[in-house]
Design a protein around this ligand. Structure first.
Ligand code: CTP
Length: 416
């Protein structure tokens, strides 16, 4: 595919270098057209080196080729990122004062804008009107992500992650009407990995969770346009780029982090393996073995059930819950069937007990009901909807879970 990548003059221009990489690595031919202002953030040399093509922003270069006509006509897809308030305004009013806006006027294929600006600018009536005008003309304008902006400010206006723009661009090029990212503007908190409960300064009680599932979910949520907060207990894999990471060790620390993060989250996914018990006492010094001491006995106490607490707070704490109506809470369960019941029955009982909206059942063990693919899960819903089977690689399963979450969010009283 021949892609024209227009780059606007915003600080997020540096992120577009990664987007360019994604396009070229997928085998596309990319011509970059930065605006004059964009070259103040990222130089022409970067775009030339990464695209392997000459780069200019002047209509007066290579005049004999009438560049804007050629580029506009030849492009199978035009992507503009970051689309600044100024660029949206110029495109909406059909201005033709540089190579990029000329090319946009010559475009015959799909056009995608990925906006990035301060929240006030994005919410300004002028920008809203420009976006509506462009969308009315059939131009695709992505919703920006929410989160940290250039300075200390946060809110909607962040450039969606490069992978998210890439996915939207490919969907648009394939003519899919739902190019809009399903979790755009949403904040998703995901716990991942296994907690560790200390016994003394060098020992802990832990579990075998690798964190891979939670990380794959974080990637899928990020690619769906969400602002992602990863509450990372012990993990064997690094956290992905483009997500905020809060590191925790114990179940109690995870509880604190989850309750704080839930305050402004549209979705909370508890994918972490949380220790149900912790040692009643943590020795301040290393527990020594001595010939004269008896075998030590470790007394355990129960950890709070974080998932259940999140649901209770949302549903039964009047003030806290009011602001969280429509929040979606998702639990995970690893179950094995046994003589007393089958896996689905156990999972359904757990869903009722925990009260979460969706429960993702990982079937472990030898039962063949769901095949032996360790990456097949069943998504159970509190609403009583038919259990949904999702199978494939961890990435595919995570994408299916995130798609389902997007569906549930838009169905269950969407929050403003
Ligand atoms: N969970 C939690 N807090 C805990 C324990 C678990 O939030 N203290 C969450 C997990 O993150 C997961 C879900 O609850 O999303 C299911 O965890 P699981 O350990 O399978 O459930 P239990 O209620 O402990 O059931 P079991 O008796 O099967 O261990």
């Amino acid at each position: 595919m021949r892609i024209v990548l227009g780059v606007g003059g915003g600080i997020a221009a540096y992120k577009v270098a990664s987007l360019l990489r994604l396009f070229t690595e997928a085998g596309h031919h990319v011509t970059v057209i930065p605006t004059e202002a964009a070259t103040r953030f990222v130089g022409v040399a970067t775009w030339e080196a990464l695209s392997g093509n000459p780069v200019t922003n002047s209509v007066f270069d290579e005049v004999h080729q009438v560049n804007h006509v050629r580029l506009g006509h030849e492009a199978d897809l035009i992507v503009v990122a970051p689309a600044t308030a100024d660029l949206l305004a110029r495109a909406a009013t059909g201005q033709a004062n540089d190579l990029l806006t000329n090319t946009l006027l010559m475009a015959r294929g799909p056009v995608l804008f990925a906006p990035a600006m301060h929240t006030e600018m994005w919410q300004h009536a002028a920008t809203r009107a420009n976006v509506e005008t462009l969308r009315g003309r059939g131009v695709a304008v992505l919703e920006p992500a929410s989160g940290r902006l250039t300075g200390a400010d946060t809110g909607p206006g962040r450039l969606p992650e490069p992978e998210a723009i890439f996915d939207a661009a490919m969907a648009l090029a394939q003519g899919k009407p739902d190019y809009q990212l399903p979790l755009a503007g949403k904040t998703v908190t995901i716990s991942a990995g296994g907690t560790r409960e200390p016994l003394d300064p060098v020992r802990f009680l832990g579990n075998r969770s690798s964190g891979k599932q939670g990380v794959a979910l974080a990637v899928a949520a990020r690619n769906a346009g969400a602002t992602v907060r990863l509450l990372a207990a012990h993990m064997e894999v690094p956290p992905p780029a483009g997500v905020e990471v809060v590191t925790v060790e114990t179940a109690l620390q995870l509880r604190e982090a989850a309750l704080a993060a839930a305050v402004d989250s549209d979705v909370v996914i508890m994918a972490a393996a949380v220790a149900d018990f912790r040692p009643a006492e943590i020795s301040g010094t290393k527990i020594k073995k001595r010939d004269d001491t008896a075998d030590p006995v470790i007394t355990l106490v129960r950890n709070p059930d974080i998932l259940q607490e999140l649901v209770e707070l949302r549903d039964h704490a009047p003030e806290y819950g009011a602001a969280r109506r429509g929040q979606l809470i998702i639990g995970f369960a690893a179950e094995t069937g046994d003589g007393q019941g089958d896996v689905l029955a156990y999972a359904e009982a757990k869903l009722k007990r925990k009260g979460c909206d969706l429960l993702v059942l990982n079937h472990v063990g030898t039962d063949k009901v769901f095949g032996q693919d360790t990456n097949s899960v069943v998504i159970l819903a509190r609403s009583g909807a038919e259990p949904q089977l999702a199978a494939g690689t961890k990435t595919e399963v995570s994408a299916a879970i995130i798609t389902r979450i997007g569906f549930e969010l838009n169905r269950v009283s969407p929050r403003a």
